[in-house]
Design a protein around this ligand. Structure first.
Ligand code: PNS
Length: 168
């Protein structure tokens, strides 16, 4: 068992396409838990994203402005390699429901195998956010449904602008 470290530097990795109020809830909780929290956007060219990485960085930076210990980064490749590069000792992930558990467990165990010194910590999002996902928010926005309260206002605006152009 590793010795207890004094300072917690956490990486919260994800696609954030776009950031939702569920993510934001997790960032708020994570910022109270960690000394430094790095929200890290995966640069995954293979995955069809609605927003470019730069747009996602912009939105994230704007919504985490109020947290002095939260920063935004981007990475390619393995989450664990990025965590090592940034001097992190924790990976933060959210669990909304039991359906998230299997995939998250697999990732956590793989990440532990890759970097035994980095602990994955799961935080439960607030129950009000347990049904929110970026995928569903995009779908509802595209089909003209109301997404207010599900994403930060600046993201709602951007979604309307982006999907307004492609909606039927
Ligand atoms: O928000 P998402 O899309 O569920 O995030 C998934 C993410 C970015 C955490 C995951 O795809 C990831 O860690 N990708 C980097 C590749 C990696 O480290 N793979 C090995 C661990 S399974």
């Amino acid at each position: 068992m590793a010795e207890k470290t004094t300072s917690i530097v956490a990486v919260y990795p994800g696609s954030f396409d776009p950031i939702t109020n569920g993510h934001l809830d997790l960032i708020a909780r994570g910022s109270r838990l960690a000394d430094r929290l790095i929200v890290a956007i995966l640069r995954n060219e293979a995955k069809q994203a609605l927003f470019s990485v730069e747009e996602r960085v912009e939105m994230l930076k704007e919504v985490v402005q109020g947290y002095s210990n939260v920063e935004v980064g981007t990475f390619d490749g393995l989450t664990t390699s990025y965590a090592v590069e940034r001097g992190a000792n924790m990976i933060l992930r959210g669990i909304r429901a039991i359906s998230d558990y299997e995939y998250e467990l697999q990732m956590a165990l793989m990440n532990r195998r890759l970097q035994p010194g980095i602990e994955t910590v799961f935080l439960m999002s607030g129950e009000a956010y347990s049904f929110i996902s970026s995928r569903l928010v995009k779908q509802v926005a595209k089909l003209g449904g109301n997404i207010s309260g599900l994403v930060p206002p600046i993201v709602e605006e951007r979604l309307k602008l982006r999907l307004g152009a492609t909606a039927r």
